[in-house]
Design a binder for this molecule. Structure first.
Ligand SMILES: Nc1ncnc2c1ncn2[C@@H]1O[C@H](COP(=O)(O)OP(=O)(O)OP(=O)(O)O)[C@@H](O)[C@H]1O
Ligand SMILES: [Mg+2]
Length: 308
C-alpha cells in the first residue's frame, strides 16, 4: 500500500499538483485533459534484473532497427549515473537528464542524433545524484515526455540492472516490458525477482521475453520455458516469448567500435535477429490504453497500482 501511495503522490506531481494525492479517477482525467490530441507513442522499457545480460545492446539495436524500418524512435537511457547508450553509440553529449532536472534545458535540447534517425536522450555519467533520483525527479522526467509536441512512434527505455525504484517505475510506466534474459542461472533468478516485484507492487501482468546470447531458437525457447514455468506457478503473469538474439562476435566488435551492429554489419546474424525482432514489435497488438491519445508514460498502470 505504501508503494501505491508513493505512486499516487508521484502521479499528482505529474499533473502539477502537490499533496494530498488526488482520487485515482480524478488524477487520471486531469492528466488526459492536460494533454491535447496528439500522436500515439508506444513506450517499451527494456529490463532484465541482472547486469550484463544485454539490456543496453538490445535497446540500442532494437531502437535502431525500428528507425531503419522508417519509424520515429527515441531511446531514453534510464541507467542514470552510468550512461551506457551514448558510449555504445560513440555519442558525445554535452547535456544530460540532470540539466533537464535543473531547469537548464528542455527535453528536446537533450536529443542526440544517432545513425538512421534514431534519437537518444543521454543519462549522464558519474553523477551520484542521477543514480539516486527520487519520485519527484522521475515525475519531472515523465512530465517532460508528456509535453513533447511531437512524440515519437516508439520510445525505448534502457534501464539499469537490479530492482531499484527507478527500474520499477520505468517498467510500470511503459506499454510493454521487454525482459532480456540469457542462459545463466542468475539471469533467470534475477528476471524472476524483477517479475515478482513488478507484478506484486506495480500491477504489471505481461512481460515479453527476449533471449540473448543463445545459440539457436531451441535454446531460446528452453530459456523461456524455464522462466515461465516458475512464474506461471507462483505469479499471476503472462510471459510471452518475443524473440532471440544469437551470441555473435560481430556484435562485440561493433561495441568496441562504438557502433550498433545493425548499422555496421546489417547482414550479421545478430543484426538479422534485431531486424526480425523489430518486425515483431511492429506487429504487437495495440497497447491496452490505445484509446488515450497521449504519450503513455506513467499512465494506466500507475493508477491501477494506486487503486489496489
Ligand atoms: N548477442 C550478443 N553476442 C555477443 N555478446 C553480447 C551479446 N549481447 C551482449 N553481449 C556482450 O555483453 C556485454 C554486456 O552487454 P550490455 O552492456 O548490453 O548489458 P547490460 O545488461 O545493459 O549491462 P548493465 O546491466 O551493466 O547495463 C556487451 O558489452 C557485449 O560484450
Ligand atoms: Mg546497460
Amino acid at each position: 500500500m505504501d508503494q501505491a501511495w508513493g505512486l499516487q503522490q508521484m502521479f499528482s506531481a505529474v499533473v502539477g499538483r502537490g499533496e494530498p494525492p488526488l482520487p485515482t479517477h480524478q488524477a487520471s482525467s486531469l492528466l488526459t485533459a492536460a494533454t491535447p490530441s496528439r500522436r500515439r507513442c508506444r513506450a517499451i522499457t527494456v529490463a532484465g534484473g541482472k547486469g550484463g545480460v544485454g539490456k543496453s545492446t538490445v535497446a540500442v539495436n532494437l531502437g535502431m532497427s525500428l528507425s531503419m524500418a522508417g519509424h520515429d524512435v527515441m531511446l531514453l537511457d534510464a541507467d542514470m549515473g552510468l550512461a551506457n547508450v551514448d558510449v555504445l553509440l560513440g555519442l558525445a553529449p554535452s547535456r544530460h537528464i540532470g540539466h533537464l532536472l535543473d531547469g537548464h534545458c528542455a527535453l528536446v535540447d537533450l536529443l542526440l542524433a544517432a545513425p538512421h534517425g534514431l534519437r537518444v536522450i543521454p543519462a549522464g555519467s558519474g553523477a551520484r545524484r542521477l543514480a539516486q533520483l527520487g519520485s519527484a525527479e522521475h515525475a519531472a522526467i515523465i512530465r517532460a515526455f508528456d509535453e513533447l509536441a511531437q512524440p515519437p512512434k516508439y520510445l525505448l527505455v534502457d534501464t539499469a540492472a537490479g530492482l531499484s525504484d527507478s527500474v520499477a517505475m520505468f517498467a510500470a510506466a511503459a506499454d510493454d516490458v521487454v525482459l532480456v534474459v540469457c542462459d545463466e542461472p542468475a539471469s533467470i533468478t534475477d528476471a524472476y525477482a524483477l517479475i515478482k516485484v513488478l507484478s506484486r507492487d506495480f500491477a504489471v501482468r505481461r512481460f515479453r521475453m527476449v533471449a540473448n546470447m543463445v545459440r539457436n531458437e531451441g535454446e531460446a525457447r528452453q530459456l523461456h520455458h524455464k522462466l515461465s514455468r516458475v512464474s506461471d506457478r507462483f505469479l499471476d503473469v503472462v510471459i510471452e516469448f518475443s524473440g532471440w538474439v544469437p551470441h555473435d562476435e560481430r556484435l562485440r566488435q561493433a561495441i568496441r567500435q562504438q557502433s550498433a551492429v545493425v548499422d555496421l554489419w546489417p547482414s550479421s546474424r545478430s543484426a538479422l535477429a534485431f531486424k526480425q525482432l523489430a518486425g515483431a514489435v511492429d506487429r504487437w497488438e495495440e497497447p491496452e490504453r490505445a484509446g488515450l491519445d497521449r504519450i503513455a508514460f506513467f499512465g494506466g498502470r500507475v493508477t491501477a497500482a494506486a487503486g489496489d
